[in-house]
Design a protein around this ligand. Structure first.
Ligand SMILES: Nc1ncnc2c1ncn2[C@@H]1O[C@H](COP(=O)(O)OP(=O)(O)OP(=O)(O)O)[C@@H](O)[C@H]1O
Ligand SMILES: [Mg+2]
Length: 507
């Protein structure tokens, strides 16, 4: 039986059609993946099903009955729960408090003891292992994710929408999450899974619907398809994410880090006495599980975080205590990890975002006046070259899909012709087409004799792009490996074990 049927759905944002004649159905007990390019309309479709957006045309049937999904409270009442792309928990509250929050407003009778017992029960049944009294900001993202799911289950949802649930999880957390998802579907829960990861579709989904530019391309059984076919359906061509770098002709060191120590927000040493260099024509990858100091290291290089001890050189010049501005002038470019917070001003159009940090350069300003023509043509050129969609330089950055926001940042930073490009999680949340594009750009920068420092928790990405790989654990490097080092060795080092320890040396 179909628990959800969406028929001929249309959704417009102004003149832009984000969902066009979309048909989508969900069978009871199935895991149904929703796959598609950035901006294809996946989140929009699910926001409609969850009552967050109102569609312009079409109808929605839940368990065979037509429903006017006017607000999330209607959706919740109909047994639909959604875990969003960006979590919505309150960091200062405990797990239990977050789960109970807002339940009364949605018409649940609150018996605290009873609810607590239900949380326990769900916890055990689906192997969540969440501690009810833990405070949200103190627990790993993987646990926060489970709290979001518990929250939805506690509201008696039988239909779960998970929007890119694994984007921020470590490999182990991903396995745990999907074990729970499978357990839920075996018990008759129906699950919609939005993801960009082919392996998740192929390993965990029963059916997959592919969307492209607002329309459904097709819905197929996972058993009847494969990775290449899905890629072609999604982006209309083959995608090649294999390693492409060849040869090794490194020049002088452009980025030098010596005995660097940096503290985290809690005042503890997050980076401990770290040293390395990146040379002309080289990509150095820093791999590691999230939260091992790589973010603080990146921030210290950019100038967003104070360097406690040690030295940082760009182009042979010491910039340990220099302002961000001076580092940019020294040739540093930066693709930040969290595009929503650091990379873009969402209320401004694409064209303004493309000159961010250069507003006062002679190219774009004359005295206090902006050179409108220069800004315009510069933006048009980059939007075309980097394939930003929609190709409208007046479009607000906030209205762009994740992948297109990332392209805007990349375009801006690469265009500044940096000598040293620091890329932190450059393809997180991107579709495979955009991922291929961003990776090719980084390789291009390498062949143009730039030094690239890549910080990523995505091991595939590190392996496909790096000349050398450093593994960071607990603020220190566990060792240097190559792209063809066996994966088991990576895992050991990333978990803080490995060669050094085996030899009995202090780590
Ligand atoms: N509130 C909004 N205002 C204007 N345009 C929007 C809004 N929400 C979405 N859009 C546009 O609708 C299109 C579909 O966006 P949507 O977020 O559904 O894509 P998606 O498939 O979820 O992409 P991603 O994989 O990047 O998350 C995009 O082009 C986006 O720019
Ligand atoms: Mg989305």
């Amino acid at each position: 039986m179909n628990v959800v049927e969406m028929r001929h759905i249309y959704k417009y944002f102004g003149n832009f059609c984000a969902n066009e004649d979309v048909n989508f159905s969900l069978e009871e007990g199935e895991v149904h993946a929703l796959l598609g390019e950035n901006g294809a309309g996946k989140s929009t479709l699910m926001n409609i099903l969850y009552g967050l957006y109102v569609h312009n045309e079409g109808s929605i049937l839940i368990n065979g009955e037509e429903v006017h999904m006017d607000s999330p409270s209607v959706a919740i009442e109909k047994g639909i729960g959604m875990v969003h792309q960006h979590f919505m928990l309150i960091p200062q509250l405990t797990v239990t408090e977050n789960i109970f929050l807002g339940m009364k407003e949605t018409g649940f009778v609150l018996d605290r003891k009873d609810l607590q017992r239900q949380v326990e029960e769900l916890n055990n049944r689906y192997g969540f292992n969440v501690k009810p009294d833990a405070v949200i900001w103190q627990v790993p993202v993987g646990v926060q994710q489970k709290v979001e799911i518990l929250k939805v289950l506690m509201r008696k949802a039988r239909i779960l929408i998970l929007d890119e649930p694994s984007a921020v999880l470590t490999p182990d957390e991903v396995v745990e999450l999907f074990n729970s998802v499978k357990a839920l579907s075996r018990e008759g829960y129906s699950i919609i899974l939005i993801t960009h990861k082919m392996s998740e579709v192929l390993n965990y989904a029963d059916r997959v619907t592919v969307m492209r530019q607002g329309r459904v391309v097709d819905t197929v059984r996972v058993a009847d398809t494969d990775e290449n076919e899905l890629a072609r359906m999604m982006v209309g061509r083959d995608v090649d994410l294999d390693r492409k770098i060849t040869g090794a002709d490194f020049g002088k060191a452009l980025l030098e880090v010596k005995d660097l120590t940096v503290r985290n927000d809690k005042g503890l040493e997050a980076v401990k006495n770290v040293s390395f260099t990146v040379r002309e024509g080289e990509i150095v990858g820093i791999a590691g599980v999230d939260g091992n100091g790589q973010l603080e290291l990146g921030e210290a290089i950019v100038g967003l975080r104070r360097i406690e001890r040690g030295e940082l050189k760009l182009n042979g010049n010491t910039v340990t205590a220099a302002a961000i501005r001076e580092r940019l002038d020294e040739g540093l470019g930066h693709i930040p990890d969290d595009r929503l917070k650091k990379g873009l001003v969402l209320q401004l159009p694409i064209k303004e975002n493309l000159i961010m940090g250069m507003q006062r350069s002679e190219k774009y300003a004359k005295g206090i006046f902006m050179r409108r023509d220069a800004i315009q043509s510069h933006a048009e050129k980059l939007v075309e070259e980097f394939d930003v969609r929609p190709a409208d330089i007046e479009y607000l950055a906030g209205g762009l899909s994740g992948g297109n926001q990332q392209k805007v940042i990349l375009a801006r930073e690469v265009d500044r012709e940096p000598n040293v490009l620091l890329a932190i999680q450059p393809t997180r949340g991107l579709d495979i087409g955009a991922t291929e594009f961003v990776r090719n750009k980084l390789v291009e920068e390498r062949s143009r004799r730039k030094a690239v420092l890549l910080i990523s928790t995505d091991l595939d990405e590190i392996i496909s792009l790096s000349d050398r790989i450093l593994i960071i654990y607990n603020g220190a490097f566990m060792g240097e490996v190559q792209y063809d080092t066996p994966l088991e060795e990576f895992s050991l080092l990333m978990a803080g074990r490995g060669s050094k320890e085996k030899k009995g040396e202090a780590v």
